[in-house]
Ligand binder design. Structure first.
Ligand code: PLP
Length: 287
């Protein structure tokens, strides 16, 4: 396995960065999770654009153009001879000293890892997953704005721990007002009387690229998709629920906080959108 590290490809064992890296010391940096299907990197431009927007928001100069970064990602996939891959791209503020002043870091550390990853076992895409809602609230202001994919993912890690402790697969965060935001690393959709709903990103959610793809696919198929606030109650009484994310893809949900969703099996709309999503990723992408 070859890792991209600051312009070079190095063996996994040799891919190391300093303990003075400000991503490590302060969570000062940004990242993306991207995926390649059948030799094509899906929505690469969109992921790189989001990375650069996250970086801009925290005044982090990545030091290369978006086109150059796209090329680095594609080259990492090629170097590893992968047709299907999960790609993690991390840009930290760089190596500095113990002071948190970013001016101590002269250039960012850039790492690209491409490997195989299956977030959920295959059968769960057929049977659906069980989830809970958790007390951890999605922060919305300033640096912890969910729109910034920063290295400060502690809230999301806590959510995953709460899900693990409850013996379920994933958990949902609410915002301070009690509206549903998103999962630890995925967006949520609910289906009610044939209509599809997802929370607007401003409530406290990442504007997921998979989310946007699903909105597009669903509208092409003639569904009405609404970006509207909803509560735990709306989730409990939904006909169908599914989560979307680069790692999770489209995964059906069959139980929330011990309430069975629909008839306890993934619903027809979810099946249809999952199949269409799988078709889309095979045909759409950059080599
Ligand atoms: N929400 C959070 C908090 C995430 O980290 C992710 C993963 O990137 C998502 C949602 C899903 O976004 P995407 O579909 O762009 O991967």
């Amino acid at each position: 396995q070859k890792i991209y590290l600051n312009g070079e490809f190095v063996k996994k064992e040799d891919a190391k960065i300093s303990v003075y890296d400000h991503g490590f010391l302060y969570g000062d940096g940004v990242f993306e999770g991207i995926r390649a299907y059948n030799g094509n990197v899906f929505k690469l431009k969109e992921h790189i654009e989001r990375l650069y927007e996250s970086a801009k928001s925290i005044l982090l100069d990545i030091g290369m153009t978006q086109e150059e970064m796209c090329e680095c990602v594609l080259e990492t996939v090629r170097q590893n001879h992968l047709k299907n891959a999960y790609i993690r791209l991390v840009v930290s503020r760089g190596t500095g000293d113990l002071g948190l002043d970013p001016r101590r870091c002269s250039k960012p550390n850039i790492v690209i890892i491409a490997e195989q990853l299956a977030l959920f076992p295959k059968e769960l895409y057929e049977t659906g997953i069980r989830i809970i809602t958790v007390p951890t609230r999605r922060n919305t202001p300033d640096a912890l704005n969910p729109k910034i994919k920063s290295l400060n993912y502690l809230n999301n890690v806590l959510v995953k721990i709460e899900a693990n402790n409850a013996g379920v697969n994933e958990a949902l965060m609410l915002n301070q007002q009690g509206y549903i935001c998103e999962g630890s690393g995925d967006n949520i959709f609910i289906v009610k009387r044939g209509m599809i709903y997802t929370p607007p990103a401003y409530l406290g959610a990442l504007e997921g690229i998979t989310r946007n793809t699903i909105i597009e696919i669903a509208r092409e198929k003639g569904y009405v998709v609404k970006e509207e606030p909803f509560t735990r109650h709306d989730v409990f009484v939904a006909d169908e629920i599914f989560l979307t994310g680069t790692a999770a893809e489209v995964i059906p949900v069959i139980e929330v906080d011990a309430r069975q969703i629909g008839d306890g099996k993934p619903g027809a709309v979810t099946h249809e959108l999952l199949a269409a999503f799988r078709e889309r990723v095979e045909t759409d992408g950059m080599k």
